[in-house]
Write a protein that binds this ligand. Structure first.
Ligand code: TMP
Length: 237
């Protein structure tokens, strides 16, 4: 599709959003920049932007077929995705199938415990506050960030995404440990937005538990680029 890239609307830690000649559509550009610990650690992962765009584009298309509405319209190039111009709901959903990262720190439990049923968390999307863990009452009555109906729908869609992705990755010999989702409002609808990639998920190779995600960068484990390439091969290849 011929699409004119307009002015930059927003630059985040890993992506830039550009206007197009249609106000209802924007271009999401994926950078190689990597941050961790709320940008206290900064670096770059070679070709991460390309890998994440390809993985996210592929997964969004599969999820659409499963009945999960997403902001994805079309992959325009290596690093560019055409998306619906949503208003992001200032919440981050975390779904956890195995303990790692935040839940281990918050609850003082060890990494690698299987969570069945999975654990669902709301976080308030705020860099200043370090994306704190919050509950429904915080969202509805303190922040007034979403309605009861929106929360119910986001939770239902997140569980649907987890059920699908867990099985999809299992077929590829990958344990889906956890992931973060963001949603947006568009024409009265709630759409799955942002990205699904090794930046926003934890992936462990089944059996060996080798980490194939951004934890290699966060924890200075080495072989970061090859882990991203391995995930691209397993997802798209
Ligand atoms: P956490 O264990 O640090 O809370 O992270 C849970 C999942 O969410 C993990 O797969 C990484 C992802 N995540 C993001 O995508 N962005 C973030 O800002 C954070 C904190 C986590």
């Amino acid at each position: 599709m011929q699409m004119t890239k307009g002015k930059q609307l927003y630059e985040g830690k890993a992506k830039i959003v550009y206007a197009t000649d249609d106000p209802k559509q924007v271009i999401q550009y994926f950078k190689d920049d990597a941050t961790a610990d709320n940008a206290k650690k900064r670096g770059s992962i070679l070709d991460k932007g390309s890998v994440n765009n390809q993985i996210a584009s592929h997964l969004f298309q599969l999820l659409e077929k499963e009945g999960v509405p997403t902001h994805f319209i079309e992959q325009l190039s290596d690093r560019e995705m055409l998306i619906k111009h949503v208003e992001i709901v200032p919440l981050e959903v975390t779904m956890r199938n195995i303990t790692a990262g935040g839940i281990c720190r918050t609850l003082g439990i060890e990494e690698g415990i299987v969570l069945n049923p999975p654990v669902f968390e709301w976080h308030y999307k705020s860099d200043e506050l370090d994306d704190p863990l919050i509950n429904d009452d915080h969202i509805l009555y303190a922040l007034k960030a979403a309605t009861v109906e929106e929360l119910a729908l986001i939770k239902k869609l997140s569980i649907q995404v987890n059920d699908f992705l867990k099985a999809y990755f299992a077929e590829r010999k990958i344990d889906l440990v956890d992931f973060k989702l963001e949603f947006g409002r568009y024409d009265g609808q709630i759409l799955l937005a942002d990205e699904i990639s090794p930046d926003t998920c934890r992936f462990w190779e089944h059996g060996t538990r080798r980490k194939l995600d951004k934890d290699r960068f966060r924890r200075d484990l080495g072989d970061v680029e090859s882990a991203y390439q391995e995930m691209l091969k397993r997802v798209v290849g």
